[in-house]
Ligand binder design. Structure first.
Ligand code: ATP
Ligand code: MG
Length: 655
């Protein structure tokens, strides 16, 4: 971005919290003032929600920026905090996980059950020679053993690296090698879209020629036939389920490495993000308490993310369990066996708090309002969104058709790197605007800056940065401090010896509206430069999605001889829409009317699907390749590579 980002979209709608929710909310408006007055002392208070085996002596050591140390000298055990202390407090009978398999089989694990399962797995891993600091790769479907495996690693101080079960052997091998894992925990397979998919076979392929892995632990989920390497491969039911369920949790340093997690790879080669123990758990637990307003005795919480993404780490495993939540965990896809599966589950388990992604919300909207309308969703009292900017019309659809115009929507901005939520409404405080993540959470110093690093005024747009260290911040990129410095801290960060402040560059564009509220505008790499104006792809997409004929849209800037870049849009029509040339002309006009003539797309193409990463994010760089008629870049993190073939074929056909 050479100048600031144009601010094209105006939003007047406001949705204040329901009075009852506000009156009983876990966190009220005083938290903002308290946090800004207290600095790191605010986070010390939040850290006291956890059990510390030994208290810290210093809240934050920032003497060697950007390498932070939080809660210096403190010691704790993450699994003890997520399990033992709840059992010891008399909550052993509370359900921790209501699990539902895709085929409809179910399991219920109380906190006492989960505690025993984690103790057994911790003993089994120790027997396999896994010690504190060793790395364990986890490649599992969405079954309770995924949470058990993560917590067992945390319990013994082993660093886990969870790899999403949809990744190929090659991606898995890359991640196992990079982390130097000695054990891989996997399953024979899992259920996706109505049929068993194989996981063990992919692990076998990934491990060919891999030196670091001594053992695999294999959960039997589908019962499919698997190959077996004697001496290396062990069944979970022979090894873990026969181990003792008594295990004493040792305390680890607050900065002990908890996990490595590779980013989803939307923009570049995935980075092995390293998170540590005390600060991470503090912020995961606090944000889950504050933003979801969790009442552990009465709420039923459901985060639909996969455990292979950071959302699954912080908001299925660590945050909710540290807070003693009762949650739903679902193995499969939202359209198996029918398109109402999610809503059937909300009705069945009386889910009160739901956390999902814009990609899912837009898909549900495309499938039609009549699907959720068939189910009783009145239990829902709060809705969350994460993963991409949420288009205002998708936000409105979510609020109306899922939240019954009653439940507040919280749009939560954060990244694998931030470890926990950073910008979000507080459900009992904020009068939310559809499409805006609103304000930095208490204790978080987010800002928007121009090219030179100066804050932009209200009404301006630019780069999202974080000005203050935060407890759950990444500590480095695993094995690559230099890439850590280059990627996040060199754009605006004070260079060595300059004496300035260290500023974290998030890689996202954002704007500040006239009220000072923040709007995320997509990746900096995705911002378009049209006739000298920086225009956000997100705003043009939101304008398209606001047209009744469009379900979902992706926009890119393609090189243009006249304007520098021209706006090229790919739009998925809603079911039943006739996509003739008239509609295309109408859509171009609609965007120009909504955002101004500068944003009128040069070209719009109707498509049936968009290229997405395996975590469901639109991959604009591939669409840019197509729009500029180049061969495609790296497609390994693409969910379905045939999508791109179809789009490329359509693009080269005469318009
Ligand atoms: P890579 O860094 O490898 O390209 P990635 O950025 O997709 O992968 P994640 O850490 O899973 O990997 O995603 C974080 C990004 O997702 C954010 O930087 C932002 O672009 C986007 N994002 C997440 N939540 C929101 C939100 N509420 N609003 C807008 N964007 C969001
Ligand atoms: Mg990223």
């Amino acid at each position: 971005m050479s100048e600031t980002l144009a601010n094209l979209l105006h939003e007047e709608r406001r949705f204040p919290p329901p009075a009852a929710l506000a009156a009983a909310a876990n966190v009220d408006a005083s938290a903002y003032a308290e946090a800004s007055a207290d600095g790191p002392a605010f986070w010390e208070r939040q850290a006291r929600r956890l059990h510390w085996h030994r208290p810290w002596t210093q809240a934050l050591d920032w003497s060697r920026p950007p390498f932070a140390r939080w809660f210096v000298g403190g010691q704790l055990n993450v699994a003890y905090n997520c399990l033992d202390r709840h059992v010891e407090a008399g909550h052993g009978d509370r359900v921790a996980i209501h699990w539902e398999g895709e085929p409809g089989d179910t399991r219920t694990l109380t906190y006492a059950d989960l505690h025993r399962a984690v103790c057994r797995a911790a003993n089994a891993l120790t027997d396999l020679g896994v010690a504190a600091g060793d790395r364990v790769a986890i490649y599992l479907p969405m079954i309770p053993e995924a949470a058990v495996a993560m917590l067992a690693c945390a319990r013994i101080g082993a660093t886990h690296s969870v790899v999403f079960g949809g990744f190929s052997a090659e991606s898995l091998r890359g991640r196992i090698d990079d982390a130097g894992a000695s054990v891989v925990i996997t399953a024979d397979g899992g259920y996706r879209r109505g049929k068993p998919s194989g996981l063990k076979a992919i692990v076998d392929e990934a491990l060919a020629g891999c030196a670091s892995v001594r053992h695999t632990l294999v959960v039997r989920r589908t019962g499919q036939r698997v190959d077996w390497v004697d001496g290396r491969d062990l069944w979970w039911h022979d090894t873990v389920e026969t181990a003792s369920d008594s295990h004493r949790a040792a305390a680890f340093d607050a900065e002990h490495p908890l996990f490595i997690l590779y980013t989803s790879g939307t923009t570049a080669k995935p980075k092995g993000i390293l998170h540590t123990t005390g600060g991470y758990l503090t912020q995961a637990a606090y944000t889950h308490h504050a933003v979801f307003d969790l009442k552990p005795d009465t709420d039923v919480y459901w985060c639909t993310a996969d455990i292979g993404w950071v959302t699954g780490h912080s908001y299925i495993v660590y945050g909710p369990l540290a807070n003693g939540a009762t949650q739903l965990m679902y193995e499969g896809t939202p359209d198996t066996p029918h398109r109402g599966r999610f809503w059937e589950l909300v009705e069945k388990y009386r889910v009160t708090l739901l956390y999902t992604a814009p990609t899912a919300i837009r898909t549900f909207a495309k499938w039609g309002d009549d699907v959720p309308a068939q189910f009783d969703l009145t239990s829902l009292r709060l809705l969350g969104s994460v993963g991409e900017p949420i288009n205002p019309e998708a936000w409105m659809w979510y609020r109306e058709h899922i939240g019954g115009n009653r439940a507040p929507v919280v749009d939560t901005w954060w990244q694998t790197e931030t470890g926990a939520m950073m910008i979000s409404p507080l459900p009992g405080v904020t009068a939310a605007k559809p499409g805006s993540a609103m304000r930095p959470l208490p204790g978080i110093g987010a800002d928007i800056v121009d090219d030179t690093g100066a804050s932009v005024p209200a009404g301006g747009g630019g780069f999202l940065v974080l000005r203050e260290p935060w407890p759950s911040m990444l500590r480095t990129i695993w094995g690559d401090d230099q890439r850590f410095l280059d990627t996040y801290w060199s754009r605006f960060g004070a260079g060595a010896g300059s004496g300035g402040d260290w500023v974290y560059f998030a890689g996202d564009g954002a704007k500040r509206d006239d009220d000072g509220d923040l709007w995320l505008l997509g990746r900096v790499d995705d911002v378009m430069l049209v006739s000298g104006h920086n225009i956000s792809t997100t705003e043009v997409e939101s304008a398209l999605v606001a047209h009744p004929a469009v379900a979902e849209a992706a926009v890119v800037g393609a090189t243009d001889p006249v304007t520098g870049q021209g706006i090229v849009a790919f739009a998925i029509p809603r079911g039943g829409v006739d996509g003739g040339p008239e509609l295309l002309a109408q859509l171009r006009e609609h965007v120009a009317r909504t955002l101004g003539p500068i944003a009128r797309p040069r070209q719009i193409m109707l498509v049936q699907e968009l290229p997405k990463t395996r975590s469901g994010k639109i991959m604009r760089r591939l669409l840019r390749d197509v729009a500029e008629r180049r061969s495609l870049g790296d497609v390994t993190t693409l969910q379905d590579s045939t999508v791109m073939d179809l789009i490329a074929a359509g693009m080269s056909a005469p318009a």
